[in-house]
Design a protein around this ligand. Structure first.
Ligand code: NAD
Length: 351
């Protein structure tokens, strides 16, 4: 039987989030039912609530940085059992048969990945609803086991902000290693984890920020150096310096000043601005054999690996925990960059 769920969501781009009731599907044979305990607030949640990407399907019940406890499993579930602490990220289904899925890139499934919310369920066509809710039902393959020693109350942002920064840093592991120089642009939910990961992987890390006031914070997170992007002298002084730049800036911006900072053969990866960008002068790529690309979240196996790395290194996001009923205030603060550096909702409170 389907179950009644309680959550917080919004009915339109100009409406605040409010309590809502909706149905969760009955367990399929390979499904896991999860009582949600924590959900991180990603900037993408705000984008989708406000229809910034023009594809929101209302009501939107956001949340794709989910931690919880298994309450039931379908008969074919082998990896999880009732009582396990588990996690769910941005994707809850894919065909698992295409070349992308078979190679661990489920998020780019050729048959279409189903996103945790604002997606369309492959079986019944319903609109998926996310982690700002009391429980969720997810296909086993997309449920992560929380490693021993990783605090569930602090870990949820790893499921999106974490994997989105970890994945490109591992895809270009030759440029993110001891002796290599890495820069991270944009110090928010993604950027602060980018700094922590790059430092933990042994690279020399520079934070590039618009705000001189964030320099001490960046160093406390593990950055060895800070560049204020609004200071032309500092930018010119860093020309040709970096092997790798991770750009987490959440809005359209001119990437050319950053390309200038790459050394020969360097690579810049965009993860933040999912929108049209100003044009790039080809000479900035050709002279110095430089490359710019993108990266979208991460696959299932690499997400599990990242969680294990975080447990082993006790690497956590910096979080501020709120109750569910404070989510609208949190959104307003997120827009003003007034969070160090990720809100986590304790979903068991204020629902
Ligand atoms: N690629 C992916 O798979 C993926 C996954 C998750 C999130 N995202 C996107 O990444 C972006 C960042 O998400 P977040 O949760 O870290 O957001 P956030 O709001 O927590 O952080 C963004 C930071 O960028 C800074 N910033 C804004 N404009 C800037 C500029 N012009 N120069 C330098 N810094 C600037 C802000 O001060 C803020 O600190 C969002 O647009 C989100 O939708 C992408």
């Amino acid at each position: 039987m389907p179950t009644q769920a309680r959550g917080w969501g919004t009915e339109a781009a100009d409406q605040p989030l409010k309590p809502m009731q909706f149905e969760r599907r009955d367990l399929r044979s390979d499904d896991v039912a999860i009582k949600i305990t924590y959900a991180g607030i990603c900037h993408s949640d705000l984008h989708q609530c406000r229809n910034d990407w023009h594809n929101s399907r209302y009501p939107v019940i956001p949340g794709h940085e989910i931690v919880g406890i298994v309450t039931d499993v379908g008969p074919n579930v082998a990896r999880h059992k009732v009582g396990d602490t588990v996690a769910v990220g941005t994707v809850v289904d894919s065909d698992l048969t295409c070349v992308e899925c078979l190679n661990g890139w489920e998020q780019f499934c050729l048959g279409g990945a189903t996103f945790t919310y604002n997606g369309v369920d492959k079986v019944d066509g319903s609109i998926t609803k996310g982690g700002y809710s009391d429980h969720i039902v997810v296909r086993e393959h997309f449920v992560f086991q929380m490693p021993e020693g990783l605090d569930p109350a602090r870990a949820s942002p790893l499921l999106c902000a974490g994997i989105t920064t970890w994945s490109p840093l591992r895809q270009y592991a030759d440029k993110v290693a001891p002796g290599k120089k890495v820069a991270v642009a944009g110090l928010g939910g993604l950027g602060h984890l980018g700094v922590k990961f790059a430092a933990a992987l042994g690279a020399h890390v520079t934070m590039i920020t618009t705000s001189p006031g964030k320099a001490d914070d960046a160093r406390a997170l593990g950055a060895h150096d800070v560049i204020v992007s609004r200071d032309p002298a500092q930018m010119q002084g860093a020309a040709g310096r970096f092997d790798f730049i991770l750009d987490t800036i959440p809005v359209a911006h001119d990437v050319q000043p950053y390309l200038t900072l790459l050394r020969r053969g360097g690579r810049m990866v965009l993860v933040g601005a999912i929108e049209p960008l100003p044009s790039i002068h080809g000479g900035l790529l050709i002279m110095g054999n430089k490359a710019i690309g993108g990266s979208g979240v991460g696959g299932v196996a690499e997400t599990q690996k990242m969680l294990e790395f975080c447990a082993e290194h006790q690497l956590y996001p910096e979080t501020e925990t709120i109750t569910m009923d404070k989510v609208n205030e949190a959104y307003e603060r997120l827009l003003k960059n007034d969070v160090r550096y990720r809100f986590v909702i304790d979903v068991t409170q204020g629902l």
